[in-house]
Ligand binder design. Sequence first.
Ligand SMILES: Cc1cc2nc3c(=O)[nH]c(=O)nc-3n(C[C@H](O)[C@H](O)[C@H](O)COP(=O)(O)O)c2cc1C
Length: 176
Amino acid sequence: MKKDETISEGLKHLPIRPVYLLSVGNKRKKNIITIGMFASFSGKPALVGVGIAPSRYSYELIRQSGEYVVNAVDKNLVEAVRICGKKSGRDVDKFKLAKLTPEKGAKVSAPIIKESPVSIECKVVEELEAGDHVWFIGKVLASHVREGYDWNDGLLFKWIGEDGFYYKVGKRIAKY
Ligand SMILES: Cc1cc2nc3c(=O)[nH]c(=O)nc-3n(C[C@H](O)[C@H](O)[C@H](O)COP(=O)(O)O)c2cc1C
């Protein structure tokens, strides 16, 4: 078997690369961006991080407001993931285009996406420059889980640009 030594080859086989819709801005000026760069940074306090390239419109909005909402996605939101990962909020209203409904959050002015099964409201507490992305570390201020959400339905978790597919979270396999 031929050994592939390209950097992306190894990365694409790791079970990382979740997929989320990040909603940013406020009631007047709102946007959504598809992201794969998400990480959990701390349990107590609950801190998460999102990596955003400075060229994105969403980057501008996060810098202005210091807030964002991480919205989980399931298979019903695949088309929205495509739209929000391709179009820029500089040119289009992605809430309208992706047929998503902005809802008022409990703690931040950035809107929650009503159609998302799980939404986490965050306030930026730190910024970290890392290569071609800036990581916005956010303190989790509130979270929402949609009533009737079926956990077994599977959130989208992995994306592999090279093979062009999204994958769902897999089956439960062992107790820890
Ligand atoms: C699956 C997927 C994952 C992505 N992950 C990120 C990411 O983590 N960070 C980022 O800055 N852009 C990411 N992008 C690219 C942005 O979603 C895309 O450039 C978007 O059009 C930017 O929108 P905006 O200009 O409205 O902010 C991703 C795109 C896709 C399709």
